[in-house]
Design a protein around this ligand. Structure first.
Ligand code: URA
Ligand code: SF4
Length: 206
């Protein structure tokens, strides 16, 4: 199923309502609910993650679990008020593999990213932000429509169109997964520096 013939939603609220019933790819079925973006529909910045995690799937809101905590700390360190930004994900259902009672995060594939991109495109068109911040390679792939490396794209302002620039950085979960504290500290610093660049680019976020 595709979205090609579907009329574009006229508001973020309409998009959110319609996405709640989306069945365009198989990820909706085992998940609890669609986790749509959250924030003002005239936000100057859209942060894009990968997909909701276990806690987001249950809460119905993006970045409220462990990765959300890393994200919140980096925003706070940079002096960014999260409530001024719109926060969403490239893929809007939680993909997981059951392991006993636990649900283990599984990476969305290229097809799922491409299909769910329709929703991200609607959010982008309706919000028309000055800046999109891609948190990780999946988000960057969803925004750019092609796969890129973090190494090649990180910390640079990339023009998407007349109004909107893109900044690619790491995903907060990447920092969580680092094995040793020195690497964690170093990457936390680098992530905070990227958030400082976000604030420098869009001072309204303070
Ligand atoms: N990781 C993401 O990419 N998004 C979330 O909302 C939570 C964790
Ligand atoms: Fe629809 Fe995206 Fe959910 Fe797939 S992951 S069912 S495309 S909202």
């Amino acid at each position: 199923p595709g979205f090609a013939e579907d009329a574009a939603p006229q508001s973020v609220a309409e998009a959110r309502e319609r996405a709640a019933d989306c069945r365009a790819c198989p990820l909706w079925e085992p998940a609890t609910q669609t986790v749509f973006g959250k924030g003002p529909d005239d936000a100057p910045v859209i942060f894009v993650g990968e997909q909701p995690g276990d806690q987001e799937d249950i809460a119905g809101e993006p970045f409220v679990g462990p990765a959300g905590k890393v994200f919140d700390q980096a925003l706070a360190a940079a002096g960014i008020d999260r409530s001024q930004a719109y926060v969403t994900n490239a893929v809007k259902h939680f993909k997981f593999e059951p392991r006993g009672k636990r649900r283990i995060h599984a990476k969305p594939n290229t097809g799922e990213i491409r299909i769910c991109r329709w929703w991200l495109d609607q959010e982008r068109a309706l919000i028309a932000p000055k800046l999109i911040v891609a948190l990780g390679a999946t988000a960057a792939q969803a925004v750019l429509g092609k796969s890129v490396t973090i190494k090649a794209t990180r910390s640079k302002l990339i023009d998407l169109d007349d109004r909107t620039q893109l900044l690619v950085t790491v995903h907060p979960s990447y920092i969580l997964r680092l094995p040793d504290q020195a690497a964690k500290d170093r990457e936390t610093q680098a992530f905070q520096a990227d958030m400082a660049l976000v604030l420098e680019t869009v001072p309204e976020l303070a």
